[in-house]
Design a protein around this ligand. Structure first.
Ligand code: NAP
Length: 250
């Protein structure tokens, strides 16, 4: 098979979520052995996902990206079970809480700190933990899920936009720092139909679809396809962010 990921190990941090689960499935369909992570909220769903993937050796393991010790425990567990080389790390964990941009007082310090701990520091901490294993593969790849919010400044809160802009710039820095053994990319979705933002429903999606050039909101599958392409087709790309937004940011 052209672009096969046979014999490769992929870790999808946040693999229990909408985009993470769709990505895990495509990576497994391409031949990779896939590990998905979950928090305490979704252990059962993550285990069912791992069991349902095509191929063998897939697993669901716990990790809280805001807790570096849990990422190091995950790294040790993955190494003990799968060996020293990791080929693909997908950073798909994230959280948000809508805060109107003009309501500066509502974006308090605790929420800002949590937003950056989960949406920026957690992605960096995962890279830091797994960089030696990615390098050991000789042909590693990191794909972080960013957002067009990081480019447009329009998004669920100002802190969320800033954290995602931070992912884009981290992607450039890490691409330089980890080359040539590891490529580093980000994928920036527009609005995607998952449970990510509390309160979004059919009415919201219809409104977004009407104001998006391609006439619909994104599906988790759209983003997963872009992440798969990073692993298969885009072999000469590193340090850039691929926008997958139906033209929403135009
Ligand atoms: N949906 C959109 O419109 C949209 C647009 C642009 C970018 N994104 C980005 O896409 C990524 C995935 O979002 P999604 O749409 O798939 O949302 P989702 O279905 O809510 O998935 C979020 C994932 O993040 C995990 N997670 C949350 N907090 C975590 C923590 N502290 N430690 C480890 N994992 C944690 C969740 O795990 P549990 O299930 O165990 O809680 C879940 O797997 C996020 O980075 C988000 O910013 C989404």
């Amino acid at each position: 098979m052209a672009h096969s990921l046979e014999g490769r190990l992929a870790l999808v941090v946040g693999g229990s979520g909408g985009i993470g689960a769709a990505t895990a499935r495509l990576l497994a369909e391409a031949g990779a052995r896939v590990i998905v992570t979950h928090t305490a909220r979704s252990a059962g769903a993550a285990a069912s996902l791992a069991d349902s993937l095509p191929g063998s050796g897939h697993m669901a393991l716990p990790a809280d990206v805001a807790d570096t010790a849990s990422l190091l425990a995950l790294r040790d567990d993955v190494r003990a079970r799968c060996g020293d080389a990791l080929h693909v790390l997908v950073n798909a964990a994230g959280f948000t809480k809508p805060v109107p941009h003009a309501d500066l007082d509502a974006l308090d310090d605790a929420l800002i700190d949590r937003m950056f701990a989960v949406n920026w520091r957690g992605q960096f901490a995962a890279v830091r933990a797994f960089a030696p294993m990615l390098k050991a593969s000789g042909d590693g790849l990191i794909v972080s899920v960013s957002s067009i919010a990081g480019q447009t400044g329009v998004g669920s809160s100002i802190a969320y936009c800033a954290a995602k802009a931070g992912i884009d710039v981290m992607t450039k820095s890490l691409a330089r720092a980890l080359a040539p053994e590891v490529r580093v990319l980000a994928v920036a979705p527009g609005v995607v139909d998952t449970g990510f933002v509390p309160g979004r429903g059919a009415d919201f999606n219809a409104k977004i679809a009407a104001s998006t050039p391609l006439g619909r909101v994104g599906r988790a599958q759209d983003v997963a396809e872009a992440i798969l392409a990073c692993a298969t087709s885009l072999q000469y790309s590193t340090g850039t962010t691929i926008v997958v937004d139906g033209g929403r940011s135009l």
